[in-house]
Design a protein around this ligand. Structure first.
Ligand code: GLN
Length: 242
């Protein structure tokens, strides 16, 4: 699935690897395709509306789901956005009553609500190795509750996040992250992009860290997204405090 430019996350990871001289192979995986848990070091699933989720959830919850869980247990990294994040949880009950099975990678459950959470988001990262504020855009009706088997990605400064109530955004299990942040997310959050690259590389290589890149354009994009939020007066104080 891919919505609101989620594919930009793949382009970002590819480019940041190439700039550092790493070769990368991208394999699109569609409905009915097999998935070998030992073959890839990083997995991505973007967002989609309920309609698209209904189309992919059966296929995902069978062998693909088993393979994904196995890959993550073996150290692979994964990013899932919004509709993808929901389907990697235990269960998603849509607002219109469809009961969609998840693959149970993340200990979360999602229930569709009668209003949509839409807008720019700022999140104080809780991810070890990624400091500061993550920025993105959300548009979802699903409300996600975290179980005890995963940690949140961060604390919402502006926006709704997982459910608009408990202040948490996203979830983390091992090297797998689920989040509501579209945007695309990684082009303007380069430290998070590098977190995934390093985790993916460490699956097969011993590596202390990554060579730094000139991130001035990426930092400018991050600042521009924050500026948009800062223009909304009531968020200014909360952002300054975090
Ligand atoms: N169908 C989901 C919801 O509205 C996901 C939407 C999305 O991926 N943007 O909650």
């Amino acid at each position: 699935m891919n919505i609101y430019g989620d594919r930009g996350n793949i382009i970002t990871l590819l480019q940041r690897c190439r700039w550092r001289g790493f070769g990368v192979r991208v394999t699109p995986v569609s409905i009915g395709d097999g998935l070998d848990p030992g073959e890839h070091d990083f997995y991505f699933i973007g967002g989609g509306q309920d309609r698209e989720q209904i189309l992919v959830c059966d296929d995902l919850s069978r062998e693909k789901g088993d393979a994904l869980r196995e890959a993550i247990e073996e150290g692979a990294a994964l990013l899932s956005i919004c509709g993808g994040y929901q389907l990697l949880g235990n269960h998603f009950l849509t607002y219109t009553g469809e009961d969609l099975p998840g693959i149970g990678l993340f200990d979360v459950r999602t229930v569709g609500g009668d209003t949509r959470f839409i807008g720019n988001v700022a999140v104080a990262s809780e991810l070890a190795g990624v400091d500061g504020v993550l920025v993105g855009f959300e548009n979802h009706s699903g409300r996600t509750q975290l179980g005890s088997g995963c940690r949140p990605l961060g604390r919402v400064i502006k926006g709704y996040g997982n459910n608009g109530e408990d202040g948490w955004e996203g979830c983390v299990y091992r090297n797998a992250v689920g989040t509501y942040l579209h945007g695309s997310l990684l082009p303007k959050n380069p430290r998070l992009a590098d977190w995934f690259i390093l985790r993916a590389l460490r699956r097969r290589h011993e590596l202390a860290g990554l060579a730094p890149l000139d991130d001035s354009l990426e930092e400018e994009a991050h600042r521009a997204a924050l500026d948009l939020i800062m223009r909304e007066k009531r968020w200014r104080r909360r952002l300054r405090r975090s």
